[in-house]
Design a protein around this ligand. Structure first.
Ligand code: GAP
Length: 494
């Protein structure tokens, strides 16, 4: 079960993101468009840093991984072969009483232990407690996806898999008179050609992965890849999500960072384990607190149609434990499907066995926007002692690495500060600010997550030193202004 939390931190983060220019509602001047977001000057830098770190760690730093960039619009047969036309659905339920339509996981879920009186409800992401529950765990708990609790172990009597889903109710009127779930395809359709009538229907890709599978032969041939090897891709994906929300957590247009790692089928278990560990560590290396991260293995009935096994990496958001990334053993499913549908050879020649084989594939599929939300949520800190809000971003992901400030706007301080800024920005993302009191300028940068501040003051005029301020400890040391680039490069390990 999850710890006591409230939703306020999310509202505060949303408002900081707007105030500081990280994230804006799309088309805001026209009233906005649901679940589409625009990334402002700081947001775009943070996002780019995340993608660059992924690309370095997963693609360029590895001898056996190459990258690619496939088109968003692909032949419609790709999505028939991949199973998306048939299977990529969300279950929707209609309430027979109030006619409200909602996604199955948004129904009020009642759970009950089959061996003891323990029971609880999940309503709108929140666990509704009763006396029995409260006795053990207290109240006001935010839950993860209801799916997580099906057949889970009972925290009261210790029964293994005894917590069962008992009933679904309408989240609006509470009625249990509901239609059976009906499937709604999540792919966006558009048209290729001059007029809608004559044109071919095409889809906006719902994942980047298929662009990799259909290019398998091109890449094996041109990159002369030898198993095991991976192909990585970062790009936009689109899903007509029925239920959106939680800021940038689930939107209709988002970015994925996907790796398809091809292996000999008999080695798939080993590589699956390897990538689960690698990817879990990756989030920790981005500065995310490890006790806010967990791995969740999918139960058999939860597995996607293509997967033999799947593990989600989850983060404890203010709205509950939720998925950041999935690592799946997709076996030979995708290549098999495209071979069947296209009639083309998508195999690999194994020189050891002198045989053409279809490799298995381990997929790591992460969301750029979800990683960004995780990093922002995790870094958000209200420092009451110093009356400030800080984004404790690690320097590597921080949009701005250093701010340069003249203490006052006279005595030649702005000129010296500008010269230092001009020098610094050749090497790193730097910012110059001379407007407002020094305290306010520092606070603005604390909210932007800028790890270091350089201030030119009256002592600079005497001995050429400046103060170097550390965002988190608030420690200030003096360094020579001529050494600013070198000192910061060392601190940032750029
Ligand atoms: N190729 C496999 C695949 O696409 P997925 O679990 O559907 O698997 C992978 O998506 C990741 O993409 C998710 O873990 C999440 O980070 C991101 N993602 C999926 N749908 C999203 C949405 N509507 N908004 C933001 N990110 C999303």
């Amino acid at each position: 079960m999850t710890r006591k939390q409230n939703n306020k931190p999310m509202d505060k983060l949303v408002s900081l993101c707007k105030r500081r220019g990280f994230i804006f509602q799309s088309s805001e001047i026209y009233g906005g468009i649901t679940s589409c977001w625009d990334y402002g000057p700081l947001g775009v830098e943070l996002k780019r840093n995340i993608k660059n770190i992924w690309w370095h760690d997963i693609v360029t730093s590895r001898a056996n991984v190459v990258g690619m960039d496939s088109s968003i619009l692909m032949h419609p047969k790709v999505w028939e072969a991949s199973g998306h036309v048939e299977y990529f659905h969300d279950p929707l339920i209609d309430c027979k009483n109030c006619k409200y339509r909602f996604r199955e996981d948004k129904a009020v879920h009642s759970f009950k232990c089959s061996s003891c009186p323990f029971n609880f409800k999940i309503n709108n992401g929140k666990i509704e407690v009763n006396d029995e529950f409260e006795k053990h765990f207290g109240g006001d708990l935010f839950a993860g996806e209801p799916e997580t609790y099906k057949n889970s172990d009972c925290p009261n009597c210790g029964g293994v898999g005894t917590v069962k889903l008992e009933r679904l109710n309408c989240p609006k009127c509470g009625s249990s008179e509901l239609s059976p779930p009906r499937q709604f395809n999540l792919m966006f359709k558009t048209h290729f050609g001059a007029s809608e009538e004559s044109a071919t229907e095409v889809y906006l890709r719902p994942e980047t992965a298929q662009g990799i599978f259909v290019n398998f032969d091109n890449i094996v041939t041109t990159a002369r890849a030898k198993l095991p090897f991976g192909i990585g891709q970062i790009g936009k994906a689109f899903r007509n999500e029925i239920v959106t929300g939680n800021f940038i957590f689930r939107s209709r247009e988002f970015e994925q960072m996907e790796l398809e790692f091809f292996v000999k089928s008999e080695e798939s278990a080993k590589w699956y384990k390897y990538w689960v560990n690698e990817r879990f560590d990756w989030y920790k290396r981005l500065g995310v607190r490890s006790d806010y991260l967990r791995l969740r293995q999918h139960a058999k009935e939860e597995l996607a149609h293509y997967a033999k096994s799947c593990t989600d990496i989850e983060y404890r958001f203010p709205f509950g434990w939720s998925e950041l990334e999935g690592i799946a053993d997709r076996q030979t499913f995708d290549l098999d499907q495209h071979i069947k549908a296209s009639g083309k050879k998508l195999s690999y020649f194994d020189s050891l066995s002198n045989n053409h084989i279809i490799p298995g594939v381990i997929e790591s599929s992460a969301g750029v926007d979800r990683t960004m939300l995780t990093i922002l949520t995790d870094a958000y800190w209200e420092d009451d002692e110093h009356d400030r809000v800080v984004l404790r971003l690690i320097p590597k992901v921080a949009p701005i690495k250093v701010v340069v400030l003249p203490l006052v706007n006279r005595d030649g301080m702005p000129e010296i500060a500008k010269a230092i800024f001009d020098d610094l920005r050749k090497h790193m993302a730097a910012f110059y600010d001379q407007g407002g009191s020094i305290g306010r300028r520092y606070r603005r940068q604390d909210e932007a997550g800028t790890p270091f501040g350089i201030t030119v003051d009256s002592q600079t005029l005497e001995d050429g030193t400046v103060t170097l301020r550390d965002r988190d400890s608030l420690e200030q040391i003096r360094i020579s202004k001529d050494n600013a680039v070198k000192v910061l490069q060392e601190k940032l390990a750029l």
